[in-house]
Design a protein around this ligand. Structure first.
Ligand code: EPU
Length: 337
C-alpha cells in the first residue's frame, strides 16, 4: 500500500498562522501513484478533498471534514535549452529551496522571490510575487490532475489566467485540481531586476543571482515576521486597485500615499500604508495583532482560531474603509469553503 490515511490529524503545526485545525483524514502523497490513489479514494467515498502545500497562505478552520492531501513529490530537473533552460519542479518542493538552488547555479528568473514560504505547487494559485517579479514572468506550464476524474493535463501560463495574486486556480478551477509540477523558464544570462524599493542599493553593480536572492532575504527578514517564531501568512490583504478618480481624490488629501498606475487605468494602493495610517501598526486584540514592522501582515500570538482571526481582520478592514473609503480584500485562502 503506497498511501496511509491518518484519522483526526492535528494540523496546527502544518499552517504558518499556527491556527488549530483537526483534519478528519490526512494523507501525504510521496509519489505520483499515491497521489492518484488518494484522489480515487476521496472520489469513491465522497470525501471533500483539501490540498495542502506548505500551509503558508491558508486559513484553516477548526475542523476540516473529508481528506486533507499533501503532495510531497519534490524532485526537480533541468531541461537544457541553451541560454534559456527550463526547470521542472514537483509540487512538494519547498519554494525557497528551489530559489536558492537555482540562484546558486547562476540561473536567473526567480531570485527576487527568495524566502517566500510555501511549496512550489501553491505558487501559481496566488501567482506569488515580490520585489517587482511575479511567478507569471517565468511560468511556462503547470501540470495537474483533475479531481473529478483523475485526468492529467498541462496548462500553459496563459491558460492559468494569472493576475495580481490571482489565477484560474482561485476561480473556475478552485478545489477542482491538484497541481503536480511547474515548468519555469530560466536564463543563464544575467537578468537582474532591481527596480523595487531599495533592492538596487543592497547589491553591487554587477550582482550574481545569488547575491540578489540574498539581498531579498535580508530585506524580508527586516520587515516580515518569521512564521517559525510568530504565526502569520504574509500579507493578509491584497493591495487594493481603485479607479483613477478615487485615486486622485485620495492623493489630493494624502500626497504621500504609495500608488502604482496600472495598464488598465486603475491605480494600486499600498494596503500596508492605509492600515498604518489608521494607527493600527502594532495594534493587538486578544490572540491576534497587526505586525509592528509591516502593517499588511496579521500575526497570531497563539491560542486563537480562524473565527477570531477573521473577525480581527474585518475590524482592520472596517477601519480602513471608514478612514479612506477603500475596501481591502483578504489574500490567504480560507480552506474548506
Ligand atoms: N507601508 C507603510 N506602512 C506599513 C507597510 C507598508 O507605510 O506598515 C508602505 C511602505 O513604506 C511602502 C509601501 O507601503 O511605501 C509598500 O510596502 P512594501 O514594499 O513593504 O510592500 P507591500 O505592498 O506592503 C507587497 C506584497 C508582499 C511583497 C512586497 C515586496 C502584496 C499583498 N504584498 O507588499 O508580498 O513581499 O510587496 O514586493 O502584494 C505576501 O504576499 O505575503 C507578501 C509578503
Amino acid at each position: 500500500m503506497s498511501l496511509t490515511i491518518v484519522p483526526d490529524k492535528d494540523l496546527s503545526g502544518a499552517n504558518t498562522l499556527g491556527l488549530p485545525c483537526l483534519a478528519e483524514r490526512f494523507a501525504v502523497a510521496e509519489n505520483h501513484d499515491a497521489l492518484g490513489e488518494a484522489i480515487r479514494r476521496a472520489a469513491d467515498h465522497g470525501w471533500p478533498l483539501t490540498v495542502l502545500g506548505g500551509g503558508s497562505n491558508l486559513i484553516l478552520p477548526e475542523r476540516l471534514p473529508g481528506l486533507v492531501l499533501q503532495p510531497a513529490m519534490n524532485a526537480w530537473w533541468l531541461e537544457e535549452r541553451g541560454e534559456a533552460p527550463r526547470a521542472h519542479v514537483e509540487a512538494g518542493m519547498v519554494w525557497h529551496d528551489l530559489v536558492m538552488t537555482l540562484a546558486s547555479r547562476g540561473l536567473w528568473g526567480i531570485e527576487n522571490l527568495a524566502l517566500i514560504p510555501g511549496h512550489c505547487g501553491a505558487a501559481p494559485i496566488q501567482n506569488i510575487g515580490a520585489y517587482g517579479v511575479e511567478l507569471g514572468d517565468v511560468l511556462e506550464a503547470v501540470h495537474l490532475i483533475h479531481l473529478d476524474d483523475g485526468r492529467e493535463a498541462a496548462l500553459s501560463a496563459a491558460d492559468c489566467r494569472l493576475g495580481y495574486r490571482d489565477s484560474i486556480f482561485k476561480r473556475t478551477l478552485k478545489d477542482r485540481v491538484v497541481i503536480t509540477r511547474l515548468v519555469l523558464r530560466l536564463s543563464r544570462l544575467p537578468q537582474p531586476r532591481l527596480g523595487y524599493g531599495d533592492l538596487a542599493s543592497r547589491v553591487g553593480s554587477d550582482p550574481t543571482a545569488l547575491e540578489v536572492a540574498e539581498a531579498v532575504c535580508a530585506i524580508r527578514r527586516e520587515k516580515l515576521p518569521d512564521p517559525a517564531v510568530l504565526g502569520n501568512a504574509g500579507s493578509f490583504f491584497k493591495n487594493p486597485l481603485v479607479d483613477a478618480i478615487k485615486a486622485r481624490g485620495l492623493l489630493a488629501d494624502h500626497p504621500d500615499l504609495p500608488h502604482f498606475a496600472q495598464a488598465d487605468g486603475r491605480v494600486k494602493l499600498a494596503a500596508g500604508w492605509l492600515i498604518d495610517r489608521c494607527g493600527l501598526k502594532g495594534w493587538r486584540r486578544g490572540h491576534f495583532g497587526v505586525h509592528d514592522r509591516q502593517a499588511l501582515v496579521l500575526v497570531h500570538f497563539g491560542g486563537g482560531n480562524a473565527t477570531e482571526l477573521l473577525a480581527f481582520a474585518d475590524e482592520v478592514a472596517a477601519n480602513v474603509w471608514s478612514r479612506f473609503g477603500v475596501m481591502l480584500a483578504r489574500e490567504p485562502r480560507l480552506a474548506g469553503t
